[in-house]
Unconditional design. Structure first.
Length: 194
């Protein structure tokens, strides 16, 4: 009887072990207090207008053993756009630009990660803004992972840059006098989900 049970249990256990992934990704939640998305565009050839998205949320599925299997999902509230000029901010939120009433959020969802070195890579994903979704590529720097010395929470940090043509997302007002190209810089921290 023992021999028969042993013959039955071994294949079942082996199948269970094979079905269980050797390593699983950890879920992290974006720390909005330590995350900022900054953008800039040409203003009439005289200067660069700089603004930021102050309400950023989302998650990161972080696979330390295979970074390419990680994933990012970010949401930014258009209502929180700030260029340090209330009249301009109102225009950006209006139906002349990002139309916060119809499209209250800008989202980015990764579709792939390419690792270049231990600390650099490219994050490809879909950027949805103004009701339009298009692929973008972020040049990313992995700043590190570990226990935050102040909070004692497991934290990861990433910096990333990209540029887009706003007209590709239907934001065409004043293209010409104002720049079409928008440079974007992201500074992000995320804390391991409890």
């Amino acid at each position: 009887m023992k021999l028969l049970l042993g013959k039955l249990i071994r294949p079942v256990m082996a199948a269970a072990l094979l079905a269980t992934p050797a390593f699983a990704a950890d879920d992290y939640v974006i720390d909005s207090g330590h995350t900022l998305v900054v953008f800039e565009l040409n203003h009439l050839g005289f200067s660069k207008t700089i603004g930021w998205m102050g309400d950023v949320s989302g998650t990161i599925s972080y696979d330390a053993d295979d970074i390419a299997k990680s994933a990012v999902s970010v949401t930014m509230a258009v209502s929180a756009v700030n260029t340090n000029h209330p009249e301009r901010d109102g225009w950006i939120k209006s139906d002349k630009a990002l139309n916060v009433a119809a499209n209250p959020e800008i989202t980015f969802t990764s579709t792939g990660i390419e690792v270049n070195t231990e600390t650099t890579g490219k994050i490809t994903g879909d950027l949805t803004m103004n009701g339009v979704s298009k692929p973008v590529v972020l040049d990313a720097v992995f700043n590190g992972a570990g226990s935050n010395p102040l909070t004692k929470k497991e934290t990861i940090g990433v910096s990333a840059t990209t540029s887009i043509m706003r007209s590709d997302w239907g934001v065409t007002a004043f293209v010409g006098p104002l720049g079409d190209e928008i440079a974007i810089q992201i500074e992000l921290e995320a804390v391991k989900a409890e």
